[in-house]
Design a protein around this ligand. Structure first.
Ligand SMILES: [Zn+2]
Length: 646
């Protein structure tokens, strides 16, 4: 796991200060949780190894509002350029100010995800004078800062430019002021009408102390100052800040040249993308951290954010396949932990993922089971889960089950596409008429096998595969027949699971209504020519795999004909059904031995069939013919009656 490598590479005996931060300029997007949880995973790994350290999380609420939050009324625009913590909270909010309004929602998610960070607000840092010394040092070294900017970006700032932003005493804006002098006590500033495009300064000029909250450092300098003042040793940043000559480079140069210190350990991380689109909180696209935490259980949200190496993007999708895969991958780790087969990496990942990092055991209930049960009418969800677990869930398991029920219900109601949902058909659906003769034969075979099967998921799933091989039908086509019959669509949850959620009588009755098939159409769709069979026998395990041979005659006849009538067999096929075994599984292959047409006599057809059977078997097994079990007297005759015309 990536945290193991990172923590291994840290200086021993060094107190680690991990830092991350966020500007509360709108509803916080779920993508912002990636940084939060990457740092938290590192912090958890430190704690796990008893290494000393702390995780700090800063709220950059002294930053100016430089864009209108997506959910803010137009009226808010008049505050553009003011520090976010000095702008009133939206109407109806219980927060003290706009910054508090947006960050409270985000911090509530921290608590739900058990993020171990200590929160600090930049308004308290500035107003409390914590940065006073650093501000003094930076203003005295303004020439060095100008040189660094020019060196890195080529942009030359005028000699009077000073790296500081005063809160204008006249209009309260911080984003519009420029400082042009510093005499050791006070800075001279101008609130410029055209300094930035997103806010208009009031043209006020004044002189004020830069200390105790009268202003703030521009953000790259603020970043370097946090590193210096808080002794930060680890701070990752989104990849967009980590380019050569980018903001992190600038902050690093300032730290070195102004404070004579080395920048903290970086963890550059890639974006968390929702279905491929980069998420942006300012445009209100995608879902907020709050929305996502309302949906996903905390351990799944943490799992999504930390299991992937930070250098790789996470492409999150809410489609059914992705959801199941994510929950199942997480649950597999828990299973391995419970069985004592989890690797060190898997255990480390679980420690970074679970709400309870001590990893006390619990049994997960699969997301698929819950989403399926929720879609079946007349099911007692809790009772059904209890009966599957075979015991009363522990309090911890109950909390986990409740979170998954909530997630599944939210997903079904708000997110899942029609393809991901199903509706159990309480009566025979017309679409089941589309099942082919081979699919209907499969349904008939399955129906015959089910009475002897235990009514639980795995046995049912096995019976379905067995029936498919005996048709034979590719598994996907067999499942399609079931989904049409029960869900009126061509895909659905694991079919064995679906049956296990339903009453046996209901399943049997439905299978019974979907198993009519045309014998001739069935045999022409599944039977193969002798040559093909001989070629197959030569390459497979050979005759040794043959377990049983059954002769079958498929005939088409008229309704009033007697099967003993010499003229009864109008058209049809003589078939040998071979049951072969591979890895303890039986497969059926039907081989066309002869085909007849034109009102031949029954006896002639039978005797010709017997001759051809002997010839075919001789070719397959040579002298060992007597070893094969075959009963000509038990010959099966499948009849399809023609509808009478005129
Ligand atoms: Zn002003």
């Amino acid at each position: 796991m990536w945290t193991t490598k990172l923590v291994n590479s840290l200086k021993k005996d060094q107190y680690q200060v991990i830092n991350d931060s966020k500007t509360p300029s709108g509803r916080v997007h779920v993508g912002s949780l990636r940084g939060v949880l990457i740092h938290d995973a590192v912090y958890r790994e430190l704690k796990n190894r008893d290494l000393p350290g702390i995780y700090l999380y800063g709220i950059d609420d002294y930053d100016p509002m430089d864009g209108l939050p997506a959910d803010a009324p137009e009226d808010t625009r008049k505050h553009m350029g003011k520090p976010l913590c000095n702008i009133p909270a939206p109407e109806g909010s219980g927060a003290t100010d706009m910054a508090d309004h947006y960050i409270s929602e985000f911090l509530a998610v921290f608590r739900e995800l058990d993020v171990g960070a200590r929160i600090y607000r930049m308004r308290d840092v500035y107003r409390g004078g914590l940065f006073n010394d650093a501000i003094d040092t930076i203003l005295r070294n303004a020439h060095k800062v100008r040189a660094i900017y020019e060196d890195i970006s080529g942009a030359r700032r005028p000699d009077h430019w000073h790296p500081f932003q005063v809160i204008c005493e006249n209009c309260g804006r911080i984003g519009t002021t420029e400082v042009f002098s510093f005499d050791g006590n006070k800075v001279g500033y101008h609130c410029k009408p055209d300094l930035v495009t997103w806010a208009r300064g009031c043209d006020h000029r004044g002189e004020i102390s830069p200390f105790d909250g009268n202003g703030k450092l521009p953000w790259k300098l603020e970043w370097a100052t946090k590193w210096h003042e808080f002794g930060i040793t680890i701070e990752g940043a989104g990849k967009d800040h980590c380019t050569k000559g980018g903001s992190r480079d600038v902050a690093g140069r300032i730290l070195k040249e102004v404070f004579g210190e080395e920048p903290p350990r970086n963890i550059p991380y890639e974006f968390f993308l929702v279905q491929g689109a980069k998420m942006s909180s300012s445009k209100g696209l995608g879902s907020s951290a709050r929305d996502m935490a309302d949906f996903l259980p905390p351990e799944i949200l943490r799992f999504l954010m930390v299991r992937t190496d930070p250098k790789k993007a996470v492409n999150f999708s809410t489609d059914g396949a992705y959801m199941l895969k994510t929950f199942n991958e997480h649950d597999r780790l828990l299973d391995r932990l419970a069985q004592g087969t989890a690797t060190e990496d898997q255990t480390t990942l679980l420690r970074a993922t679970e709400l309870d990092s001590s990893l006390s055991a619990y049994t997960p209930v699969s997301f698929q089971l819950i989403t399926s049960l929720l879609q079946i009418p007349h099911v007692d969800l809790q009772a059904s889960i209890r009966s599957r677990m075979g015991r009363e869930p522990t309090p911890k398991e109950n909390r986990h089950i409740d979170a998954r029920i909530k997630a599944a219900a939210y997903w079904l109601a708000n997110i899942a596409s029609d393809e991901d949902k199903f509706e159990l058909q309480e009566t025979f659906p017309p679409i089941a008429e589309k099942n082919s003769p081979a699919q209907r034969y499969f349904i008939a075979t399955l129906k015959d096998r089910l009475p002897s099967i235990d009514w639980e998921e795995d046995s049912l799933q096995t019976a379905i595969f067995d029936a498919a091989r005996l048709t034979p039908l590719p598994a996907k086509t067999a499942f399609e027949a079931i989904y049409r019959l029960f869900l009126a669509k061509t895909d659905g949850p694991r079919a064995g699971a679906l049956f296990s959620y339903l009453a046996r009588d209901f399943v049997m009755e439905r299978l019974n209504s979907g198993d009519d098939y045309s014998a001739i159409s069935f045999i022409t769709s599944v039977a193969i020519p002798q040559d093909e069979f001989l070629a197959r026998v030569a390459t497979d395990q050979g005759p040794a795999s043959i377990r049983k041979i059954v002769p079958e005659i498929y005939v088409k006849t008229t309704l009033d004909a007697s099967l003993n009538d010499p003229q009864a067999y109008k058209t049809g096929f003589c078939i040998l059904k071979f049951l072969t075994e591979d890895k303890n599984r039986l497969f059926a292959t039907r081989v066309i031995v002869s085909e007849f047409a034109g009102n031949e006599e029954v006896e002639a057809i039978r005797s010709e069939f017997e001759e051809k059977i002997t010839a075919l078997l001789m070719e397959i097994v040579g002298k060992r013919l007597e070893a094969l079990e075959m009963d000509m007297a038990g010959m099966r005759v499948e009849v399809e009656f023609e509808e009478e015309t005129g």
